[in-house]
Ligand binder design. Sequence first.
Ligand code: ADP
Length: 466
Amino acid sequence: MARLVVVSNRVASPKERAAKAGGLAVALREALGTRGGLWFGWSGETQPNPSDTPKVFRSGRVTYALLTLDPEDQRAHYAGYANGTLWPLCHYRLGLLSFRRADWEGYRRVNEHFARALLPLLQPDDIIWVHDYHFIPLAAELRKRGFEGRIGYFHHIPWPTPDVFLSLPSHAALVQDLSQYDLVGLQTEDDVRALLTYISSEARGWIAPGGVVGLRERRFRVAAFPIGIDATAFVRDAKASVGSDEERRLHESLAGRALAVGVDRLDYSKGLPGKFAAFGELLSRYPQHRSTVTMMQIAPVSRGEVAEYRALRRELEELAGAINGEYAEFDWVPLRYLNRPFQRATLAAIYRTARLGLVTPLRDGMNLVAKEYIAAQNPEDPGVLVLSRFAGAADELTGAILVNPYDIEGMADAMNAALLMPLDERRERWQTNMAKVEGNTIHDWCERFIHELSGAIDHLDNPPKR
Ligand code: ADP
């Protein structure tokens, strides 16, 4: 079996516990452990004129190689081009997009640095799996240096439609970079359509059945691989939480009120101001829910080094204060707003207790919280998922109440309907969703991508370089 090489910005260290590392990190660690493999990424450290030699260590069958970056390049790469340009672009937020050539150059330099450092560690028949928008040019940099083996890329965030993508000054170079992969994975069929439309209409490439693309001299495949969660672990944690101290404290604090929960990184793509406003609208338009529903929004602070994120944090603090100021009673706080991370077991207990799961991003590649909320429910008495139609998860979770996150009144109506929904309908909707969550787990996703990447080169027939 060929060795697997995973490249990602952040690497979950072997000691990081499953509950902290997250489902993706655990699944990748498992895939690497099964075949034996190499995990290559950033060390989290910066230093001027860093070496091209990564720090290498082994744990079980997995070798870790961590590279230190130049501080200015790291800023241009991460806060600059990746999160100041590509993130807003791919989430359709052109008003927040900033493009600076210096960031684009720093982004490319980091990818070159990664390629230089990775190349000596590679064997010709390795399967290389590159993760996310931080490393789109990596395959091109490896090919330049002579690597001809299989390289796949998975884009965890949405791929924007051509008219949005064309706003990016470097759009042509970026797609040229993508063509150096053998397999490009996106979250949904809509994302695939968006990229293929750009390729055929703007880049003058051709598309064959099965998503095979020809662009200049390159052949590669584009396909949807919707990501999943570790459903078994969430079901187990949620069941185990029943009767725990934390669960008891939560129930006591609610004093018989229904709980509506949101769990999102504090990110402008998550539609948090709209979600808060919709909850305010619910209390205003449907006064029967005053004092009978409590909303809890868990929003750990993220990317504090990017200015837009700091502004969003202030906006949310103000909105939360306004809702509580207007509707609170001396024995009821309508909105509990928490900026901290929790263990998976605690999240599972909160999800299971919540009668409503509120997942209302303006755009999201997939949104794993939606799937986690479903997995954690009590099958006998499940809660209802209110889900943005603009989350990738909306394709699969058709049992959710789908909402338009720009329609505040519509979201308030959906919350009201969910709170009043009879048990039969709740069960039916939950079963539909749970079948999807269990039918496509993070392990299935990993296996499918690796399997398709393993065979990718056979039918693409790219001409050899030398
Ligand atoms: P994104 O990748 O954009 O953050 P997702 O919803 O796809 O959005 O994934 C978020 C992940 O982070 C989920 O697995 C969720 O459980 C986890 N998470 C979010 N908030 C917290 C928190 N406060 N504590 C612990 N984990 C969290």
